[in-house]
Design a protein around this ligand. Structure first.
Ligand code: ATP
Ligand code: MG
Length: 365
């Protein structure tokens, strides 16, 4: 209970009352000591905001502003500030006299007398419905945008999956067609009496098979855009050296796990087939023993491939009639924008190819 009226009607106080009454900001003054913190003063702006006149609210608890959706925890927090006489600010979903809910901000300020005793509290109110509405719209918009981003991401993901599946399918079909072509050529070769003609057809079938193997590796790979050079070369070298008697030539592979763009796969597959095939076919005649080394790794600005044998050397025999391999090798190296050098190793031959490939493109995860 207040010992004296909070608003004593002395001259100075009347001036203050008049000032508060005409303030454009809604103001309440409450008795901090009585249960329910009854209102002892309300200005005109409060009436305009809430629909309650000053007379109507006098002596009633400030909580007459609560509505069905008001958060009880927030009311308790304001009550605690009023009881303790501490400054406090919060936002409350309250209710107008006509039952319309609206958001207000409430700033509690304690009022002390000259002796420092708590006499009451003022509550400065402000209508923040527009701010809350804007906040709700922002949150709705954010949710909408998040949903939209998620939907688009899913669309892109499924488009990517479809594209990958399609590429796998294409590689699969290309490989099958090439394999079928090689089989047809081989079937024809077997029916020919002329050994020269048969050999030519067999060599064509081998080249087509090398291309088919490249496409097989491409469709089997998770990342269809990369050609796994290590797997391909290891498989190819193993297959080509099968033509030699066991133990005649040691195969030495030093191949880094590198990938190249799938667009280079066919040219590289053919190139490796020609260079390794030449070493197997020509370097070790008459049961000559030896070693075949294949190195693949990074070079400055790209990829380096070296195929080296310690066989008879390039000039040992006159080139076979109608030979085409070295021309094809030169054409493929040119297509790959690379550089080719032949080295006479005395004994043996080393073919070295350096070609530009973007360092990132060679990286396998
Ligand atoms: N590593 C090698 N060691 C020894 N001689 C080689 C080697 N590579 C190529 N030659 C020689 O160079 C010649 C030309 O090779 P090229 O690949 O052009 O023709 P080919 O292999 O004889 O026939 P094709 O490749 O058209 O089937 C070969 O006939 C062979 O005499
Ligand atoms: Mg050849």
């Amino acid at each position: 209970m207040l010992a004296e009226p909070l608003v004593a009607e002395s001259g100075r106080t009347l001036e203050f009352q008049a000032a508060f009454r005409s303030l454009s900001m809604p103001v309440l003054m409450v008795d901090a000591h009585r249960v329910g913190h009854p209102i002892v003063f309300a200005n005109d702006a409060f009436r305009r905001l809430t629909g309650y006149s000053g007379d109507e609210v006098m002596g009633r608890s400030w909580q007459l502003l609560r509505g069905p959706a008001t958060d009880p925890g927030t009311l308790d927090a304001v009550d605690a500030a009023l009881r303790l006489g501490t400054a406090f600010e919060t936002e409350i979903l309250s209710c107008r006299k006509d039952g319309v809910p609206f958001w207000i901000s409430v700033a509690v300020s304690p009022v002390h007398d000259e002796a420092g005793h708590l006499r009451g509290c003022t509550l400065l109110l402000s209508d923040i419905s527009a701010k809350k509405q804007a906040e709700r719209e922002r949150i709705d918009m954010e949710r909408h945008l998040e949903g939209e981003v998620e939907r688009r991401t899913q669309d892109l993901q499924s488009a990517l999956e479809q594209k990958t599946a399609l590429l796998h399918e294409v590689e699969h079909r290309v490989k099958n067609s090439l394999q079928m072509t090689a089989s047809i050529v081989l079937l024809k070769a077997r029916r020919l009496q002329n050994p020269e003609a048969r050999k030519v057809l067999q060599e064509i079938a081998e080249r087509v098979s090398a291309l088919s193997a490249a496409h097989r590796l491409l469709y089997a790979a998770g990342d269809v855009s990369r050609f796994n050079l290590k797997d391909f070369t290891t498989e190819l070298a193993g297959e080509l050296t099968l033509a030699l008697p066991k133990g005649q030539v040691d195969l030495d592979l030093d191949i880094q796990p590198l990938g190249v763009p799938a667009s280079k796969a066919a040219a590289l597959a053919l190139l490796l087939n020609e260079v390794i095939g030449n070493a197997v076919k020509h370097a070790f005649p008459d049961g000559r023993q030896g070693r075949l080394t294949i190195e693949i790794g990074r070079a400055e600005n790209g990829l380096k491939i070296a195929v080296e044998d310690n066989g008879v050397g390039l000039g040992h025999l006159p080139p076979s009639e109608g030979n085409f391999g070295k021309t094809l090798i030169a054409m493929l190296v040119q297509q790959l924008k690379g550089q080719l050098t032949w080295h006479d190793m005395e004994p043996g031959t080393r073919a070295e190819i350096v070609m530009p490939v973007d360092a990132e493109e060679m990286q396998f995860e």
